[in-house]
Structure formats: C-alpha cells, structure tokens
Design a protein around this ligand. Sequence first.
Ligand code: ZN
Length: 280
Amino acid sequence: MKIHALTTGTVSLKQAFLYPDPGPRRQLGLFLPGAWSAPMPIHCWAIEHDGVLRLVDTGETAAARDVPFARMHVTPEQELPAAVAAAGLALEDVSEVVLTHAHGDHIDGSVHVTGRVLINETELRYLHSAAPRVMRRVLRQPLPAGFAPEPFGLDGGPFGAFARSRALSDDRRIVAVDTPGHTTGHISVICVDDSGRHVMLAGDATDSLEQLHARRADAVGPNPTVHVATLDTILAHCANHPTVYLPSHDPDSLARFTAATTVTVDRADQRHGVAGLPAS
Ligand SMILES: [Zn+2]
C-alpha cells in the first residue's frame, strides 16, 4: 500500500472557528470580526493498493468563494489535477473517490474526477435537507457541477473503537469509520499500512492533533457533545492501535505523515508520539 499526501492550496480560518467560545456564543463568533489563523493546508489523499487508486477527498478549486469564517487561497495550478500529477499519479487512473464530508474544500475538486464518488448516506441526506440548502444559498457555496455521489451505509460492524464502519477495499485494509461532529455524517478513512499501523485520514474530524488531545469541538459542528464523543472514540482507538493521525488542515500533518512513512518498521514503535498517540 502506498499513500500520497496531496495539497490543493491553503485556507485561513477565523480563530473563533478553531477556538470557539463555550456556550451560546459558540457560533456567533463565526460571523463577527475577529483574528484569523495563518494559512493552513488543504490536503486530500491518494491511496494505491492492490492495483486500485483511490482518493480521499478532492480538495478545493480556485473558483471557491470565501465565507465569513474561512478564506480560501487556491490557484488553478494548485487544483486536483496538478496535485495528483505532483505525486507522480494520473487522474484518469483514479477509480474511486471517498468523501469525508460535503464541505467545499473537500468536494469542489470532484469536478475533475470521472470515477465513482462515494459519500456516507447520512451526510448526503443531510446535504439535501432544508437548513444546508439555505446556508449554501446565503453563503453562496453551490455544490460542484455534476455533483452526484453514491451513498454508502456504515453497515460493516465495528472497527477498533469505532462502532460503525464500512470496508472500502476487499481485504478490509481501507475502512471508512463513523466520525460525526464537524458535520452530521462525517467519516474518516483508516488505512492499515504494510507495517500494520493505522493511517487515519481524518478529514475535519479535528483541524489539528492538538484539538484532538484537547477534546475540543469546533464552532461549525451542529452538536458539540456528539463531536467530543467522537474525539474520545478516536483517542480510544489510538490508545489500542499505533495510529498516524492526519487531519486535512493540520499544518503538521505532512511532517507526521513523512516521519511515519519513512521510519523502518522496527523503529516505528518508538514513534508513537509523532504518530499521534495520546500522550497519557
Ligand atoms: Zn469541513
């Protein structure tokens, strides 16, 4: 199995997104003037395994519009085709795309993809309900042209600490797991690499490893209690499996990924802290 980190530009997030006020002002801060983060990467991932090339998410495009709490910095030269080529891969060889969730910086690049695109059925159902339809109009965030992903259910039973999962590869080494919180139907993809480590492509389950350890819900998720419960599940999973935790926007994801995939197998056990295991 070979995993490639792809990058499609950067995004700056309002601090009120990353460090929300507790209580009723949690989401208000998203729409008030405030400080911004430094640009953070917009990663997506390619997985070569058993002769199949899969993508997890498709990144952002230059056509993206900013919202009151996120500013996109993407040029046409940074979109998915160039990101895939930079990894030495060919877009036409992609046979399957799995989306962690339906935010623009994860799905907009799907305009470049011709293979099948998969999404959690819960996320798709929510996407077509009234509230997100209104928000897309208000924030001028249309779905990408031709967006018609195939829904899948998390009906494959538990995987590690996760109660619900769905194997994406026949050998169950690439598995979608239920990580609701940032969105209602958010999933993460866990790849069991050739040395048995779990490489967790975490989407926006958190924006950083620090946020996971802090067990802090973000400001955009509909239900902070659900979000924190997911973070506890991820931490429980990491405690039982050597895991490389890779959120899409963590400025340290690339370094963690590189460190984890370039150490030899017998040294890997000394790398738990780098790989994202909880410190305790
Ligand atoms: Zn998101």
